[in-house]
Design a protein around this ligand. Structure first.
Ligand SMILES: Cc1cc2nc3c(=O)[nH]c(=O)nc-3n(C[C@H](O)[C@H](O)[C@H](O)COP(=O)(O)OP(=O)(O)OC[C@H]3O[C@@H](n4cnc5c(N)ncnc54)[C@H](O)[C@@H]3O)c2cc1C
Length: 350
């Protein structure tokens, strides 16, 4: 399916009703959503869209509220490119810590795509399904990271870039986000404007959650972290509206494009790749960008560009637990005591 086919399918001019599916009023700017029961696309006026979201959206369906609802055949794709930053990480469920040195034993540990990044690529592919834009996957890592990039191609990404060079080795989050930002900038020059960058919330090895914000800051992109749902994208008005998953609450934010999103697991359910796609992705030679190509200052990359100094790594000591009540007499009193203690420690908000 090419872009025109998708638009024909989703927004065929003859299929757009004049009246709102719910209230029956005439619509000047219809919004397309998927009806939960029938799974059909339906058209709502803006009022019904705003007031009835939860009833009419499948959790993973994207309601694209496009300023003037211009998605008709022949329109130029206005959302052009998405770059997804993915990292190949050791499967931490199989990593052990050397009791003497306190360091990770990586030998023989299989590598996987960072789990949060599987949701980042899925979200990019869903946007691609609707807007027909291009999805580029990007990773900085050792040569064997091509395997993870191939998995992304098999899922439906259009192209892949491996940033790899000994000079980039030993990078902390500062140097990593610098190199990735420069690679994204370069990819914009080589392959066209980047509208969105999508990252995972954090990795399961480094766990810092600093790389996404680091890239956004360097490239001057709107920074939308912890996104659990994209509500709307308006490529003509150049805005994106997302919901952020914060502690104990959700926050809806609208920001100008281009933007960088870091996504949480709840945003979607990643798809599986098909066998034909996997076969097709197994062969192509992937582009590798080294520092001869990127020409980055050696003082800003790798170990030299990494001011972080890791002095000691250790697992924090576990505090012994506390048993409240005796489990038989006065269970309600024990629960009350537990609640009081949680509130005292700021672990429960009343
Ligand atoms: C002094 C020092 C030396 C280090 N040397 C090495 C080393 O030699 N090799 C090594 O692997 N690690 C090394 N690290 C760890 C390295 O700094 C982090 O793995 C890296 O900066 C990413 O940080 P993070 O894993 O916390 O990512 P987070 O900030 O938690 O990741 C958030 C998101 O950013 C994106 N992202 C993160 N890293 C990458 C990447 N490399 N490519 C594409 N997207 C990415 C992903 O979307 C990810 O979900 C070193 C760290 C220090 C402090």
């Amino acid at each position: 399916m090419n872009y025109d086919d998708i638009l024909n399918y989703l927004f065929h001019e003859e299929d757009i009703p004049e009246r709102c599916f719910l209230c029956g009023k005439e619509m000047s700017r219809p919004v397309v959503v998927r009806h939960i029961e029938s799974m059909k696309m339906i058209h709502l006026c803006e009022d019904c869209f705003i007031n009835n979201q939860s009833d009419y959206f499948l959790d993973n369906t994207r309601p694209w509220l496009d300023g003037e609802h211009t998605g008709y055949t022949g329109a130029e794709p206005r959302l052009r490119r998405i770059v997804v930053a993915i990292k190949q990480v050791p499967d931490t469920t199989q990593v052990r810590v050397d009791p003497e040195t306190g360091t990770l034993i990586r030998e023989g540990v299989p590598f996987i795509m960072n789990p949060f990044d599987t949701h980042a690529i899925e979200e990019a592919l869903r946007i691609k399904d609707l807007f027909g834009c291009t999805v580029t996957v990007l990773t900085m890592g050792p040569p064997n990271s091509v395997e993870t990039l191939r998995k992304c191609l098999a899922l439906g990404a259009d192209d892949a870039i491996l940033v790899s060079d000994r000079a980039f080795g030993g990078a902390d989050t500062l140097a990593t986000s610098f190199v990735l930002a420069e690679a994204i900038r370069r990819s914009g020059q080589e392959r066209g404007r980047v509208d969105l960058v999508i990252c995972g919330k954090q990795t399961i090895d480094g766990d810092t959650a600093q790389v996404g914000p680091g890239i956004a800051t360097r490239l001057g992109l709107s920074q939308l972290t912890l996104v659990d749902r994209i509500l709307t994208i308006d490529p003509r008005g150049r805005t994106i509206t997302v919901r952020r998953k914060l502690e104990g609450r959700r926050e809806v934010v609208r920001a100008p494009l281009p933007a960088l999103l870091t996504v949480v697991r709840e945003i979607n359910q990643p798809r599986y790749s098909s066998v034909p796609r996997r076969i097709a992705a197994a062969n192509p030679t992937l582009e590798v960008w080294d520092n001869t190509f990127l020409q980055l200052q050696t003082g800003k990359i790798g170990l030299k560009g990494s001011p972080t100094n890791v002095k000691h790594i250790f697992a924090p000591e576990r505090q012994p637990g506390e048993i409240l009540g005796d489990g038989e007499k006065d269970p309600e009193g024990a629960v009350q005591e537990l609640i009081t203690k949680l509130i005292e420690r700021d672990l429960l908000v009343t």
